[in-house]
Design a binder for this molecule. Structure first.
Ligand SMILES: Nc1ncnc2c1ncn2[C@@H]1O[C@H](COP(=O)(O)OP(=O)(O)OP(=O)(O)O)[C@@H](O)[C@H]1O
Length: 353
């Protein structure tokens, strides 16, 4: 049995289901991200785990106990919000100490735990500073230290990095993962940033309109998205309209109005499909017959790679070209586009495979 499990958990506001029949088992020490567009029910799910919102139905279990309606203080969870919510009139050490004092932890033990946790988040030198004297990243570290110092069974993070600028945000993602792994704490993070979810989670829960659409490792989610919503939400992707015709062992795919066909062993019940392929899996070549061809429309230099768009009979396709020396063809030039058939996914448009 999982350490934390949600079974058929729903939350209705009037007739609107903010979360509907949510089923998830989280193992001890796992880092799970809840990912999805605004309004998909991520925060409501987190708040039900925290005890701040009552489920309309379903069960939440933690460590073998039913906590569905347990008041938040009894759950003893660590929670970090995007606003940090530090006490402005208290120093870093006092902010971190607060939860221990509330729990009547003896002074000597308090001091040891504060020292250890500040060392873990690399803030030992700033123990006597006030929040206003610190950067956003440092304040976020204090919020994490304050949540962890009580040794909670689960850490809940609600968009913890969204107030940080892009570079600091990326740095803090890896810091968060380092700290989580050092403590080995079961963690659930809400985010709408797919890059953040992919880079630091063990598994990602993708949500859409209150429901789970896929739960997978970051790699599986990126490589094998179950439908076109997920493939376009997680990373960049190209879709080519196509038709699928069963041919015994496999399927023949014909791309749009082109004469490009290929065989795949993917099974699909649908005749009208989308061929989905990531930009980094497409190659630009010298055009040749029997190949999809197009004209370069834009070319952006991104540092580690070029992002090239090519107008083809199957639509405008994005191609990521690694910056390995020679720049890609110029705007207006004709190109061929090639790919390994194994890198394509054949999806019934708008539906799970
Ligand atoms: N207290 C409430 N009363 C009525 N409707 C609510 C309430 N809280 C949330 N909702 C609705 O429930 C749905 C899910 O909201 P929720 O905040 O969980 O989404 P979210 O995925 O966290 O979105 P965001 O990324 O914008 O924070 C939304 O349609 C929202 O309007």
């Amino acid at each position: 049995m999982s350490f934390l499990s949600l079974k058929q958990v729903s939350r209705f506001y009037g007739s609107v289901a903010a979360v509907h029949n949510f089923d998830l088992g989280v193992e001890k020490g796992e880092f799970i991200s809840l990912l999805g567009p605004s309004g998909c029910g991520k925060t409501t799910t987190l708040q039900m785990i925290a005890g701040l919102v009552r489920p309309s139905s379903g069960t939440i279990m933690m460590g073998g106990r039913d906590i569905t309606y347990m008041p938040p203080p009894q759950r003893q969870l660590g929670v970090v919000f995007q606003s940090y919510a530090l006490f402005p009139h208290m120093t870093v050490a006092q902010n971190v100490s607060f939860g221990l004092e509330m729990r009547k932890v003896a002074k000597a033990e308090r001091e040891t735990r504060i020292k250890d946790i500040l060392a873990l988040v690399h803030l030992s030198a700033l123990a006597d500073r006030y929040p206003r004297e610190m950067s956003g990243g440092q304040r976020q570290r204090v919020a994490i230290a304050r949540a962890l110092v009580i040794n909670p069974p689960v850490l809940l993070l609600d968009e913890p990095l969204s107030n940080l600028d892009a570079q600091l945000r990326e740095e803090m993602q890896f810091e968060l993962r380092r700290i989580q792994q050092a403590v080995g704490i079961t963690t659930i993070m809400v985010t709408h940033d797919q890059a953040e979810a992919l880079s630091i989670s063990d598994r990602v829960v993708v949500m859409e309109k209150g429901k789970i659409t896929q739960v997978d490792t970051p790699y599986e989610l990126y490589e094998h998205p179950r439908n076109d919503f997920i493939s376009s939400f997680v990373g960049k992707s190209n879709f080519m309209p196509a038709t699928a015709v069963a041919n015994g062992a496999g399927t023949t795919i014909s791309i749009g109005s082109t004469d490009i066909t290929f065989e795949t062993d993917a099974k699909t019940a649908s005749k009208d499909v989308s061929v989905f392929i990531r930009p980094e899996k497409l190659r630009l070549t010298t055009p040749s017959n029997g190949q999809l061809q197009g004209t370069v429309t834009t070319r952006y230099f991104m540092g580690s790679q070029w992002l090239v768009s090519a107008a083809t009979p199957a639509g405008v396709l994005a191609v990521a070209v690694p910056n390995l020396g020679a720049p890609p063809p110029l705007e207006g030039e004709n190109v061929g586009l090639s790919w390994q058939h194994g890198d394509c996914r054949v999806l019934a448009a708008g539906a799970a495979e």
